[in-house]
Design a binder for this molecule. Structure first.
Ligand SMILES: [Fe+2]
Ligand SMILES: [Fe+2]
Length: 148
């Protein structure tokens, strides 16, 4: 994983103001912190900043997860930092449906990303979230929005 200053430099390209730009990255990080109860902050910060950094557009972009994982590996090598396998899996597979079993911290990354979907007017189906914590946050949010 990279340190904060390395991370910012390593992912500072693409479309910073787009729907997958800096605001989204920070939101994903804050969502993950909430889901993980402030544990493993650098793991989630690395996911948040890497996962969409190699998008070629803000629409459907198959392969952007695996491109980002490759970029993550290249940057860890460049900065002489250890490659974290869970982080690599979280980045690589975040954009594809899969049936494999992954550790909870990987699932937290994906739920943190999904919880930011309302920014593009997508209502989240809790059945598609992985963790009970994210389902609870989403159900509460849907309840609050319908009772206003
Ligand atoms: Fe993505
Ligand atoms: Fe994302």
């Amino acid at each position: 994983m990279l340190h904060e200053n390395q991370l910012i430099k390593a992912t500072a390209f693409g479309s910073p103001r787009g729907v997958h730009g800096v605001t989204h990255r920070v939101s994903v990080y804050l969502n993950a912190r909430r889901l993980a109860k402030d544990k493993e902050l650098m793991f989630y910060m690395n996911f948040a900043f890497f996962h969409d950094c190699c998008r070629r557009n803000d629409e459907v972009d198959p392969g952007h997860g695996s491109r980002a994982a490759t970029h993550y590996i290249m940057k860890c090598t460049e900065y002489d930092r250890e490659i974290n396998c869970d982080l690599m899996a979280a980045i690589s597979f975040h954009s594809s449906h899969n049936v494999l079993q992954f550790p909870k911290r990987v699932l937290i990354c994906w739920d943190a990303d999904a919880l930011d979907l309302p920014r593009v007017n997508i209502k989240i189906n809790s059945d598609l979230l992985y963790t009970d914590e994210a389902k609870e946050i989403n159900d509460q949010s849907l309840h609050n929005n319908t009772s206003e």
